[in-house]
Structure formats: C-alpha cells, structure tokens
Ligand binder design. Sequence first.
Ligand code: GAF
Length: 394
Amino acid sequence: MSERTPAEVVDAVSVAFEEAFGAAPAGVWSAPGRVNLIGEHTDYNGGLCLPIALPHRTYAAAARRDDDVLRMVSAQQDGVVEVGLDDVSPERPGGWASYVAGVLWALRRDGLTVGGLDVLVDSTVPLGAGLSSSAALECAVASAASDLFSLDLLDSAEGRARLAARCVEAENVIAGAPTGGMDQSASLLCDEAAALLLDCRSGETRQVPFDLDAAGYVLLVTDTRAEHALVDGQYAARREACEQAARDLGVETLREIDPSGLDVALERLGSDEVRRRVRHVVTEIDRVTLTVAALEAGDLDEVGRLFDASHASLRDDYEVSCEELDVATETARSEGALGARMTGGGFGGSCIAIVRASDADRVGAAIAKAFEAQGFTAPVSFTVTASRPADRDR
Ligand code: GAF
C-alpha cells in the first residue's frame, strides 16, 4: 500500500515524464479505483450497482505529439511501449499498454479527433486486488485525452458517461476482458462522500450520500492477495450463462425478471447451476434497492445484513468467491463487523466490511491472524472513504 500523498504522486509523475520524454508534460490527470458496496455481477445483466470511488488513484502525465504515435511509460513496469494509433488492435500493443492505447482507439472509433500522445502513468491503486486498477488507468488516460484534444467530455455527466463507454470498449475489445462497465462509470461519475447508484439498463445515475464516519463506522477493505484474473474464462462463463438464460426466458436481460416472479422463471430453466446463477442476479439487484433504502434511513445494521446476504449468494449461487474471501468475511463478522462481503469480480481480490471505527485495526489484525493459521498469503487491510472522480490535477 502506497503512503504517497496525491500531491507527491503528481510531482513524481511530472518529474518522471520529463526524464522519460525530455520535456515537461502538458498536464497531469488522475482517476480512482473503486469498491462496489453491493450489486455484484449485475452490470452486464442490465442491473443496479452501488460503487464508491477510492482515495487510491492512477495518475497520467501526458503531452500531445505532432504525429499519430503513442509512447507509454509506467512507473510499475519496465521500458517504453510505442504503437501507432492505426496499429492498435487486440494483439497490439499487448499487456498493460493495451488499456492505454485501447482508450485512444475507442475515442477515434467514436469519430473524435485524437492524435498521438506521450503518457507516463503511476498508480496508488493496489494492482490485481479487484479494486479496478485497469479502469483507473483507462479513465486517467481518457481524461487526459479529453482535455488535450479539446473534447470537453469531463465537463458534463453525459460527457463523462461517453468517456466511460469508450473505456469499456477499450477493455472489452483491445484488452480482451469481457467486463460489464460498472468500474469505468464509478471512476468517472462517483462523487466524494457518496455512492453511485448506477442503473445499467437506462444508464441513469444517482448520488447516494455515504458517510460512515458520522455514525462512528468505517469501511474496512481487505486485499486478500489471492490470485484474481478477469481475463481467464470464469468471468466470461458467468456472463455467457446469464445471457443464455435471458434468451431462454425470452427477455433482453435478467433485469426484466421481477423478484416476485423469480420462482416461476427458475422453473423454466434447464439446470440447477443456471437456476442458481439467475437467482443470484435477480436477488442481488433487489439487494441494491434495499441497501439504498437502508442507507437513506440510516439503518447500517440492515446494510450489514444485506452485505452478508450478498456474499452468501456470490459464494453459493454464483460461485465466484474463494477460500480467502470466505475466511476474511467470516472473521470480520465474528469480530463484530455489521456485515462483510467480497467486492468486484471475485475469484480472489478484496472484501469489504462495515466495522466500528475503533475496531478497524483489531478486525484487520484478526483477519491477518486467520490467514496465517490457514497458510494463506498475508492480506493487507485499510479503511477507505468515498472519494472524488477522475479529473485534471495540474
Ligand atoms: C468486474 C467487472 F469489471 C465489472 O464490470 C463487474 O462485472 C464486476 O466485476 C462484478 O460486479 O469488476
């Protein structure tokens, strides 16, 4: 976990840019990672989700070039990656640079006038922790491109939603991860001290005040450091199962299934596994609505119960949890958390728990001890507050 302040990282990327490219950058932009409070694996089903922006951000120092070449340097990787914008494809440039190049590719495909860039990126978002470091990278670059090519897309919610959609295309088509879009919307549209209620069917958003501090609680994030990869087949298999189930039920997306008609819909599906997948999605969308109501009523006990129910559904019905996430959530609960659940795509990554502010260190230590007893890699726990969206920093 990086202890650097935002101002220190902005300075560091400016200096590193000048060292790499021989001139000062035109500016520095940054975009946050996210945790999703609830509404997991619902985005690609036209459902609801409720992410917050993290204080952890990816920073991009950038300057325009006179040609159509993209040169990219990462503080977390070796070397300079270079690609012509016309040559960007699912094969090129490959690796982390695909998330950068893919954004410019998608903006161009949208008919926007975008040329070459020199870009240097650095991040305080833990990598591979299920906290959307890839979306933060895409959205930082998209923000830089919007300003540097006078696209002015950061100035309105509509413009930010358009940038988010281009970042999703970059990830789906060029980076090859068939993800749903929540993470990019979170990075560009979340507000400070609020969770973003995102309706993935209509595209509508609403800011829901989220400030646990006022009630004496904090959101504890535990990076289990268990391996997590969305490009492997598991995420795609879940998505395909949902899309096939929607076709079998004659609906556009599983969002159309009302919770009151769930049992009837499940009877029409052929296998127990598909029934469980659909049950997770339909009940999880309902839990988002219930969580928003509980937050607005100040009922954190109920939010905690909904977190627990979400985790059970992801573990038993959707089967995207893992031993580390189960141990972390169970330990948090037994140490007094109001509720705990995995966040993000699963198969590793992070869990979140609502704990009393005065208990946060103790709960984090208990999770570390439980991991040691199980022989797991040591986890990393930290508290977060809902932070600001992607923007220009300098
Ligand atoms: C990952 C994906 F990128 C998101 O689109 C979403 O599906 C999430 O997993 C699960 O809710 O973060």
